[in-house]
Write a protein that binds this ligand. Structure first.
Ligand code: ADP
Ligand code: MG
Ligand code: MG
Length: 887
């Protein structure tokens, strides 16, 4: 026979904390608490399987349920020595929903169930408190009316307000017994009017009504929406908890409250909570009266005059503290607890792991490990890696006022204030003068890199979470709000309009990239302070993980940030970013517009010293840590001048006619630049570009090695390789330069030569390529684009539909597509290692900073992941968790 109902009470429980799937979180923890000797009112849990049965059987219950429920109810009656529906000493019940994950939007709790016109008199006589009995009855009608009969609760509230006005009183606590009785009558009339039926007087009917309402609420719109937003499967179902009532509203020796065993916003090891004397249920949260503090410490901190629990009922407070300690050590985590005191007897009504800020999470995990409550591994597992973002970027001062102009996507976390600027040149200029800038663009392109870098934050009116602006901003650690569609940008007039407000260039705004908010004026921010606890947690993560963590970085600033955050190397140094610098771009264009190899070499000679300097700076900062430098990759058109003015400037510089420049521009245009003349195709056509880069790498390595007395061993990476023959072409090119260096300088740095694996053909030919390569670095951005045949920059139009319809589970540009791209990665690794036992393996796409993808990379045996500097701590933590979860 199926077991549909699990009882708990008087120390005996049929369930336990491991049965969360069956009993829901609340039910499983009630059973567990009861069996470890914590005072819990007796009750029972109807399982989530009943919920599933209910929905697959036309909203009917399993036939055994009635009998099992009756037995469980008798068990409560036995323990409490009271009877449900009894006219002299009635047992009252609470009915509460409880899914596996806590779910706002589900049915609210019904308290005081079992009261009717007769039992209320029994309750009054037995308690000797008429007012208490009618206060309880009116609460019941109100909750049942709202939750089960779906009558708007404001209708009930209005009647209470009306009576208070007549009696000329303000607080619910001042309402007299007679008034509550009168209100109770009015409530029943209201129910009759709204439903056409009398308020149910039969306690058993009330019970089934509430149970049915809980199961029905699983499919209400609020719950469906919440599940969708939080990826909770419908098949989980909810459980129903039925429990004997205890009363915090039976007089001044009664109270009800909520408590955290540690401070949930700072993590400090102090009890933290509030309670109300002579109150019931959600009065504390509802804000009807100002609650009192639990502890003297809190009371002092908040300058409160009213008595705290520690002062007013010290014996019960001590008992409660004993329970805090017991629950924390039992669950090995900070707990969020609900309690009620009835006539000086303490009852615990709920416990669960408390929600907390990342700051608190880190502190709690570290302190619990130090207290030897949890292991190092558990401490490391407790922190959500993505939550670390909160700690690494400046955030808005939560106490500040803000006027929100508009909202967009929270594309890159952190907050920033500054003057609005509409183009990258101005951004660079103004930031040189020390001004804080917010760059506002319809969308950004590679040309804007410098403007984005100079800006404190970026706001775009178009584009999604994986748009250029979003990806680059995250990489740079700049806050970004993307796709704020209500903002109408007038680039010519240098202003934008949003809901009738005009914001001109130079006006101050603030963006919050964690929330996607665009705010008028300047809002003070608070800088993150990386605590000792944070460093300690990171140290533990480092001790656990196998994966090495490198960073994608090319500017000295980024490299320094990466080192500060614990990067163990540079996995991707993009040489083209060095070309966009405003002083260099002219020379780069000179090279591109050259007609002959000779002219091109001349231009390249001017660029070479700058490249050398860049590389030298990075080598010097990184010392003996590995640095992988990728040779020129983007399509040339990204460097081309766009504005008329720039075209003329270029013509002047090259001493050519403007028409010649124009026609060359047209020549360089491509239909599909992503698959056009880019990557190592450039190196095939213009080997002199790569030769210059390789020479600069070697020369700077030699220079720095001498200077800092550490042998620099650069890693040279060829982008977009498709075959071994192609790779061999570059191997020869590199060896040729190496030979020349040896001749000229009498020495040559040791180096590695490897390739990006970022096209399906390279992955499929991995064995042949690996015969000649020292390393593979998976470029999962392009590999995703080319494997799926989906452009990252255009997919915002249709990818949401794929996600919505669950055709694709995760955005493949955020979390690696394990079944497609992942298959190519793991087979390329196997084939590569087969051909070359010492092949080094890493990844340098955006996925290198995504915890889900990091777990995959750990499992397929990569040696390192490389991500943007601000993601390094996230990757370190995620790599440790990957190890813990898979060993
Ligand atoms: P939520 O999931 O919103 O926290 P709960 O089911 O925990 O809802 O209940 C809401 C309120 O009702 C809580 O404040 C709790 O203290 C109170 N409550 C629930 N069951 C009982 C009971 N058996 N006796 C007294 N109060 C109860
Ligand atoms: Mg609630
Ligand atoms: Mg609760």
């Amino acid at each position: 026979m199926n077991k549909w109902v699990y009882s708990f009470g008087a120390g005996k429980s049929e369930g336990n904390a491991n049965l969360k799937n069956l009993l829901g979180g609340k039910g499983a923890n009630l059973a567990e608490m009861n069996s470890i000797g914590i005072p819990v009112p007796p009750g029972f849990t109807i399982t989530t399987e009943v919920c599933n049965f209910f929905y697959s059987n036309n909203e009917n219950y399993p036939k055994e349920l009635n009998g099992q429920l009756k037995l469980a109810l008798e068990n409560i009656e036995k323990i409490t020595n009271m009877k449900f529906g009894d006219t002299s000493s009635p047992l009252l019940l609470s009915v509460r929903s409880g899914a596996r994950a806590s779910m706002p939007g589900m049915m609210d709790t019904v308290l005081n169930l079992g009261l009717n016109d007769i039992t209320v008199e029994g309750l009054a006589r037995e308690s000797g408190d008429y007012r208490f009995a009618y206060d309880s009855y009116r609460r019941f009608i109100q909750m049942y009316g709202n939750v089960v009969l779906e009558i708007d609760s404001s209708a009930f509230e209005e009647l209470i307000e009306c009576e208070k006005e007549i009696e000329n009183i303000k607080l619910d606590t001042e309402v007299s017994a007679e008034s509550w009785e009168k209100i109770t009558k009015q409530f029943k009339e209201l129910v009759k009017i709204k439903t056409g039926k009398d308020f149910p007087q039969n306690p058993i009917e009330q019970l089934w009504g509430s149970v049915g309402a809980v199961f029905s609420s699983w499919m209400n719109q609020r719950a469906i929406t919440y599940r969708k937003l939080n990826d909770i499967p419908e098949s989980w179902g909810t459980a129903v908890n039925v429990q004997a009532m205890v009363f915090g509203n039976m007089g001044d020796d009664c109270c009800t409250g909520v408590a955290f065993t540690r401070n949930p916003s700072t993590g400090a090891n102090n009890y933290y909570g509030e309670y109300l004397v002579n109150a019931q249920g959600e009065d504390v949260v509802a804000g009807i009266r100002t609650p009192q503090n639990l502890t003297i410490k809190e009371k002092r901190e908040q300058n409160s005059d009213s008595l705290c629990m520690e002062e007013s009922i010290p014996i019960i407070y001590k008992e409660l503290v004993g329970i805090f300690v017991k629950l924390e050590s039992h669950y090995q985590d900070m707990q969020d607890i609900e309690f009620t005191v009835q006539k000086n007897k303490l009852w615990i009504l709920q416990t669960r792991s408390g929600k907390r800020t990342t700051t608190a999470a880190v502190r709690i995990a570290v302190e619990m490990k130090n207290e030897e409550l949890i292991s190092k591994e558990l401490a490391v597992s407790r922190i959500d890696p993505l939550g670390l973002d909160q700690l690494l970027h400046p955030t808005l001062d939560p106490k500040a006022n803000k006027i929100i102009l508009s909202r967009g996507l929270p594309a890159s976390p952190g907050a920033a204030s500054g003057k609005v600027v509409f183009n990258s040149e101005d951004a660079v200029e103004m930031s040189k003068n020390g001004e804080d800038i917010i760059l506002v663009r319809m969308e950004t392109s590679p040309e804007d890199i410098h403007g984005m870098y100079a800006a404190k934050g970026i706001l775009t009116s178009r584009g999604g979470m994986t748009s250029h602006a979003a990806v680059v901003a995250r990489g740079m650690g700049r806050p970004c709000v993307a796709g704020a569609g209500e903002i109408l940008i007038d680039h010519v007039g240098n202003k934008f309009t949003v809901s009738n407000q005009i914001i001109k260039s130079g006006d101050l705004i603030t963006i919050d990239g964690s929330l996607g908010e665009v705010i008028l004026g300047e809002v003070p921010t608070i800088l993150p302070e990386l605590s000792k606890d944070f460093s300690k947690l990171m140290k533990w993560a480092d001790e656990i993980r196998d994966l090495n963590i490198r960073a994608n970085a090319e500017t000295t600033n980024d490299v320094k940030t990466a080192l500060e955050f614990g990067a163990e190397g540079i996995g991707l140094c993009r040489t083209e970013h060095m070309f966009f610098d405003s002083e260099r771009i002219l020379t780069v264009r000179e090279m591109i517009y050259s007609d002959t190899e000779i002219d091109r070499r001349k231009a390249l000679e001017k660029i070479a010293p700058m490249q050398k300097k860049d590389f030298a700076e990075i080598f010097e900062l990184m010392k003996n840590l590995p640095v992988t430098i990728r040779l020129l990759d983007p399509p040339l058109h990204e460097f081309l001048p766009r504005e008329e003015e720039e075209l003329y400037e270029l013509a002047r510089n090259l001493d050519k006619d403007i028409t010649v420049i124009r026609s060359r521009s047209i020549q360089l245009e491509e239909q599909n630049p992503m698959l056009g003349h880019r990557g190592c195709r450039l190196g095939i056509t213009f080997p002199e570009i790569y030769e210059m880069q390789v020479r600069s790498i070697f020369e700077s390595a030699l220079e720095v090695s001498k200077k800092i007395k550490i042998n620099i061993k650069p890693e040279i990476m060829i982008p977009l390789i498709i075959s071994d023959k192609e790779f061999l072409f570059f191997k020869k090119l590199v060896e040729n330069i190496a030979g020349k260096i040896l001749e000229e300088y009498g020495e040559m740095p040791q180096y590695l030569l490897g390739t990006m694996v970022e096209l399906p053909r390279a992955a499929l030919n991995a064995e042949n390529i690996a015969l000649h390569a020292d390393f593979f670095s998976f470029g999962t951005n392009d590999l995703t684009q080319t494997t799926l045949g989906i452009s990252r920059d255009d997919c915002a139009k249709f990818l949401p539909d794929y996600l919505e319809n669950k055709i694709i589970e995760n955005d493949p540009f955020i979390s690696i597509d394990i079944d497609g791209v992942g298959v190519l990665v793991s087979s390329a690794i196997k084939a590569g290692v087969k051909a070359n036992k010492t092949l080094k393996l890493g990844i340098c796409g955006e996925h290198g900073g995504d915890p889900k993808s990091i777990e995959f990379f750990h499992n397929v045996g990569l040696q390192y992941v490389s991500c943007s500097p601000y993601r390094v701590p996230i990757a370190r933590l995620a790599a440790a968790q990957a190890k813990i979860n898979n060993s």
